[in-house]
Design a protein around this ligand. Structure first.
Ligand code: PYC
Length: 321
């Protein structure tokens, strides 16, 4: 057989975007990950199967913005699927926009219809509701603020203050006042947030139990002439790419901070706009004193196909691997 016709691996996928942020759902072709829980399977992915992550996520088959969602059989029988999220830097805990992408993909494939669906992730079970109009509401894992008003000295920026909060991933949230947070500002925002993340690492500021804070969220409120406010954010993801969406886990972390400060009542809607102008709506309820966020947005399918690895491809496992 001619080399051009040979195939070593095929992985079927469906791509989508949620508020501009892409998700690649990997349907099959990935090796089975050992582990009794999804958290153990995520560890196995990092430890022993990382090149499968890089195959899917890195160039030339992927890119730095992409978040992938590997479908795995759920351990809880009442879940429609298990999912392990990962990006160009490694596995993620939860992913809000990614869950919207998973639900929309499963509906596109005819595997689910409108209604409530439980989805297992390495950090817990989330419940996603597919609405008749195509929007998806994700009842995330409980969110909380871990530390309030933590100061760090950032190279070139001086003292920066922010809250450390969990929304399914760890965030450091910095209020940047009325800064517009626009697309023109992306190079500066990228540089600043990467510096802030480095400063947190150097200062030993972490999430609970020493967990790395791998997402930095700048948020602002921009007022129009009538006094109305638009809440914007810029979220830097672990691999150095910014979230095109308002970030589901980042919005959850923001809700936890608002709840802790008395800035938003249970049930009140928070419209979180991204740096590209897309919107997620967030609300929370209190369950036994815990903030239970629900984030609503919409995903659209953009592509479907197979990732293919041919023998002799020097970039089979991704560029730089
Ligand atoms: O929507 O939670 C999210 C997310 C995390 C990283 C990128 N998007």
């Amino acid at each position: 057989m001619s080399p051009a016709a040979q195939v070593l691996h095929r992985l079927r996928f469906v791509d989508s975007h949620s508020a501009g942020e892409p998700t690649r759902v990997v349907l099959d072709g990935f090796p089975e990950l050992p582990g009794e829980t999804l958290a153990q399977q995520r560890e196995a992915l990092s430890r022993d199967f990382d090149r499968w992550r890089t195959l899917v996520n890195l160039e030339p088959r992927g890119n730095d913005v992409l978040v992938s969602a590997l479908l795995v059989p759920p351990k809880s029988p009442d879940c429609v699927t298990g999912v392990i999220y990962f990006n160009n830097a490694g596995p993620l805990g939860m992913c809000g926009h990614g869950t919207m992408g998973v639900v929309t993909t499963l509906a596109y494939l005819g595997r689910i219809g409108p209604g409530e669906h439980r989805i297992e992730t390495p950090v817990g079970v989330v419940t996603a509701t597919l609405h008749e109009d195509g929007r998806v509401s994700v009842a995330n894992v409980p969110a909380y603020r871990h530390l309030k008003d933590v100061a760090v000295t950032v190279d070139g920026l001086g003292e920066v203050r922010g809250d450390v909060a969990w929304g399914g991933n760890w965030f450091y949230l910095v209020d940047v006042g009325e800064r517009a947070l626009t697309l023109d500002d992306i190079p500066a925002l990228t540089d600043e947030t990467l510096r802030i993340r480095r400063a947190l690492q150097e200062a030993g500021v972490t999430g609970k139990d020493g967990a790395e804070i791998d997402h930095i969220e700048l948020f602002s409120t921009v007022h129009n002439r009538n006094g109305g406010g638009v809440h914007r954010n810029f979220v830097m993801c672990p691999g150095g790419a910014y979230d095109r969406s308002p970030c589901g886990t980042g919005t959850s972390a923001k809700l936890a901070c608002l709840a802790a400060d008395g800035g938003l009542r249970p049930g009140e809607v928070w419209r979180q706009e991204s740096v590209i102008g897309s919107v997620f709506e967030g609300v929370y309820s209190l369950n036994d004193g815990q903030v239970q966020p629900v984030i609503t947005g919409q995903a659209f399918v953009t592509a479907q196909g197979e990732l293919i690895v041919q023998p002799g491809d020097p970039f089979a496992w991704g560029i730089g691997v």
